[in-house]
Write a protein that binds this ligand. Sequence first.
Ligand code: CA
Ligand code: CA
Length: 489
Amino acid sequence: MPPGKVLQPVLKMKVDELFLCWLSESSTQAMLRDCLRRIQMPAMPERGAGDAEQTGPWLAATAPDPAWRPHECEGPGAPGPTPASAALPVGAASSARSGPPVRGPRRSGGARVCALSPRVLQNCHDDAAKFVHLLVSPGCSYLVQEDFVPFLQDVVNTHPGLAFLKEAAEFHSRYITTVIQRIFYTVNRSWSGRITCAELRRSTFLQNVALLEEEADINQLTEFFSYEHFYVIYCKFWELDTDHDLLIDAQDLARHNDHAISTKMIDRIFSGAVTRGKKVQKEGKISYADFVWFLISEEDKKTPTSIEYWFRCMDLDGDGALSMFELEYFYEEQCRRLDSMAIEALPFEDCLCQMLDLVKPQREGRITLQDLKRCKLANVFFDTFFNIEKYLDHEQKEQVSLLRESESEGPELSDWERFAAEEYDILVAEEAAGDPWEDGYEAELSPVEQKLSALRSPLAQRPFLEAPGGLGAVELYEYEGGDDDLPPS
Ligand SMILES: [Ca+2]
Ligand SMILES: [Ca+2]
């Protein structure tokens, strides 16, 4: 084969398989042991041929180093931050969300599997077991957040759809943090902070990993890896985090979506009901990782994790059911806010009737998580109690919604996917226009002034250079420490 030519994926896998076969033969291993001993001879005393430690130094080298951090993996040749990478890249311009998926050349799918020893492969009976074995720290049977960092750094380094991000090394840890949170949000159904083989098998994560190998447009992978989704989440956080220390307090979060969420609910989020970082208890602040959970839950209230998220917030006494008192506690603020907008609010009793009719709880007087998961309109239920803007939206839509639903064509987008797509388009338009509505005199500026103004725009600032170094890693540490704070439900 000529040098530089890439093997076809199927052929590559076959070659890997044959290589592993060859490696697992005892004659090969004896020969390798012998070679190794000869290499080590000048420096080391000779050991017995049956010494287990001799079987594979290459095994140890392939296991992810638990102390590995993204900022440590940048090679000496990694480009330093340049003016061109100062802004968070908007993303590949050719992304076609609604068009047919763009198929790119597959990358070498066998490379990661090849890193497993034959012995490990024998014990791993399916892809989930292999994946866990490959990423997990020695002696562990589940994956924690840190375990995903080397894998995702590899995705950043090698996926053609993220090539534009390569130069902007300061954003790698933000992207990786976002994807890790999305993985745990969707896959870790037990909320334990530990993903087991069983949870991995029940999820679509590995199918998405397989798609990474054949899908050149990363934005088609909307479940975990989409760069556009990361861009939207990060920009939304950036707007709220005015001092850019990568933490936000209750006042910051309240400004989300123009104060749509009630103060009582904001307080509940900061009470530790759904957050894991220690800062929330100590200093009343939540991290970017917490914000990822918040935003996805806020914009799509129909997924199991989202329903659990808001249920935990509304269940004030934590008894596993929403009582009429708890509903009234939240509705009271909604009434006050409607009053201040000169809108007549429904009396609580009438609202309660509507909601009970919507949810149809199995037991009278208490709404459980199962009730809400069964009912198809958990979003309407939650917004009625703590999101004034969306509550009014639902009220208006009620008349036409059935009609619209029957007219929808093609594969149905989730609420989150729809939100992310719309917001991305808005952000890109703002970026292209240099954020003109921030200062109305854009047209009068000289080209140099326009450039300076663009640099001052939220997207063009350098969040990572302003923030204390290594915060991307700190965030993951913080999460690990907080895992025990949130028992599985
Ligand atoms: Ca801040
Ligand atoms: Ca309760």
